[in-house]
Each structure stands twice: as structure tokens, then as C-alpha cells.
Ligand binder design. Structure first.
Ligand code: ADE
Length: 294
């Protein structure tokens, strides 16, 4: 974890944030920096024990002079009623919700042809529908009247996501949802943005990537390994007044990786498109030859 925030101390004093998936990885790093900046943070995920342990760890680092609190509240974001209960409980305890960071998600690696419909739906339900539930409920219950900022954490799926097609599709959908909500909710003073992290190396990420992991790691060794805090800084910036004119944007936080590097390879095979022969080749040559000078 980064030792010290680059942002002004007290930047988020008296603000309240919900961070889904806030007990591990990127979500935990985001929560820790928000706390450091004076924001009270509700960390949420399905696993109560892990959340409590993460909250205990983060509490040790809050200076006694700070009014910020970290509160673990379990919730399955797939379940709309649980999301309603989460938002209502946060409003009861804190009386406001300034920020929502939709970081909770999950996937498993599998070739698309072996993915069961159940597995596909589970990933879409968590990553897309879960994010939708949280956005919709926080908006209806609070932000519609009071404004706020929502950040969706997506992924580097710009060139597809072979081996995890379900999460690629869900994250691309969240990218689009981000834009729709930014427009629909602008009149309420709500900004909605997304962060697309590059491939990261963390314990949780490697557990997720499974057999894809070593390949991704090999690619990553070509450049500096990104750490969780590269993302939390971008999240804090987008939440801050410094980003007051930014909405509907997806910020790629990947040091340009997605522009110049591809993780994917197609192994050699015998099913390449056939090269044209005979008449077809002649016709193609005609088509491609430069126009004759008169
Ligand atoms: N993280 C992964 N899956 C989740 C879920 N269903 N609800 C909340 N956080 C999650």
C-alpha cells in the first residue's frame, strides 16, 4: 500500500463512501486512501469475516484526530433487496452517501465453449447487474436529491478477453452503462465515470486468472508491474472536485499498455482463410492494381 496520499490531507473530510469489494485488492487500497483523506468508508462484499478483518487492519491506520470511520457491511450485490438494505443502512448510520465505488466483481477463467449458461449468468449478474443495482439504488435513495460521484471499476477488455469472455462482455457493458447514467443523472449533479485498470499482479488477481495467470505475468515482466495504488489515486482524483467537469469518461490507468501491447495470441492452425487462386486471384490483382495513367 502507498505510504502516503499525494492528495491534500482532509480532502474528503466528512464525506461518506461505499466501496464494494472493499475488503481486498484494489477495493481495499481505494478504501485505505479514502480513509486517509478523511472520508468515512463502508466496505462491502459477500464475505463478512474477510470484511471484518480488512476493517480491523484499516482502523489501525486512522489517526486519532480523524473523524473517518471504516464500517464493514456484507451484501450480495446480485440481490436487489440486499443492495436496498445496504444503502438504507448506510443512510441510517451516516445520513449521507457522497461516493459510490463499484469495485465488487468476480469471474473464473474458462474457454467460452466450455462455459455453462449458469457460469455465464453468474458473472454477468455480479459484474453488470450488481453494478446496476448499486448505481440505481444509491441514486434513487440519495444522489437524485443531493448529487454525488459514482466510479465503476472495469478492466482492460478493449481487445476482447479470451479465456474470460463473460467478464469482458460485462465490463464492456459497464463502460457503456457509465455513459448512459452520466447523461441521465447529470441534472441531479451526479458524475459517473469508470476506471479501466491494466492487468495487475496481486494475490486476488492471480487467483482469478488461474491458468491465464502465468501468461499474463510473462507479458507484465516487459514493463513495470503496476500496483494497486496506481488505481486508487485515479479514483481519488475522479471523486475530487479536481474532476468536477469530468463525467461519462472511462480513464484507462494502464501506462498505455492497452494501446501498444496485446496479451493475446492465436496459436498456429490450419483454418486460416484460403488464399485466392486462379480467376479469383486475377480479379483481386485487378482490383488492387493502381489506376493506369492515361
Ligand atoms: N464480490 C464478488 N462477488 C460479489 C457479490 N456477489 N456481491 C458483492 N461483492 C462481490
Amino acid at each position: 500500500m502507498a505510504a502516503c496520499s499525494v492528495f491534500r490531507p482532509g480532502l474528503f473530510n466528512h464525506k461518506v463512501a461505499i466501496v464494494t469489494g472493499g475488503g481486498t485488492g484494489i477495493g481495499k487500497a481505494i478504501s485505505a486512501e479514502l480513509l486517509e483523506l478523511g472520508c468515512s468508508v463502508v466496505i462491502s462484499s459477500r464475505k463478512a469475516e474477510r470484511l471484518e478483518a480488512a476493517a480491523q487492519e484499516m482502523r489501525q491506520k486512522i489517526p486519532p484526530s480523524s473523524s473517518a470511520r471504516v464500517t464493514p457491511l456484507p451484501c450480495n450485490i446480485r440481490n436487489e433487496e440486499e443492495v436496498k438494505a445496504l444503502i438504507s443502512s448506510v443512510l441510517k448510520q451516516f445520513g449521507r452517501i457522497d461516493f459510490l465505488v463499484n469495485n465488487g466483481g468476480g469471474q473464473f477463467s474458462s474457454p467460452a465453449e466450455h462455459m455453462s449458461t449458469k457460469g455465464w449468468k453468474a458473472v454477468i449478474d455480479t459484474n453488470l447487474t450488481g453494478t446496476f443495482h448499486c448505481c440505481k439504488e444509491v441514486y434513487s435513495a440519495w444522489m437524485k436529491q443531493h448529487g454525488g460521484v459514482i466510479i465503476n471499476i472495469i478492466a482492460d477488455m478493449w481487445k476482447g478477453f479470451p479465456g474470460m469472455a463473460h467478464t469482458g462482455a460485462a465490463r464492456a457493458a459497464v463502460d457503456n452503462l457509465t455513459k448512459s447514467l452520466a447523461i441521465e443523472w447529470a441534472h441531479s449533479g451526479v458524475r459517473v465515470n469508470a476506471i479501466a485498470p491494466g492487468t495487475i499482479f496481486s494475490k486476488t488477481a492471480m487467483e482469478n486468472y488461474k491458468e491465464l495467470g502465468p501468461n499474463l505475468l510473462r507479458c507484465l515482466f516487459h514493463f513495470a508491474l503496476p500496483k494497486d495504488w496506481e488505481y486508487q489515486r485515479a479514483v481519488c482524483f475522479l471523486l475530487s472536485p479536481g474532476a468536477s467537469y469530468i463525467s461519462g469518461a472511462t480513464l484507462r490507468v494502464d501506462a498505455g499498455q492497452s494501446l501498444y501491447h496485446s496479451m493475446w495470441e492465436i496459436p498456429n492452425h490450419n483454418a486460416w482463410p484460403e488464399a485466392p487462386e486462379g480467376e479469383n486471384l486475377e480479379a483481386l490483382k485487378q482490383l488492387l492494381s493502381p489506376p493506369s495513367k492515361l
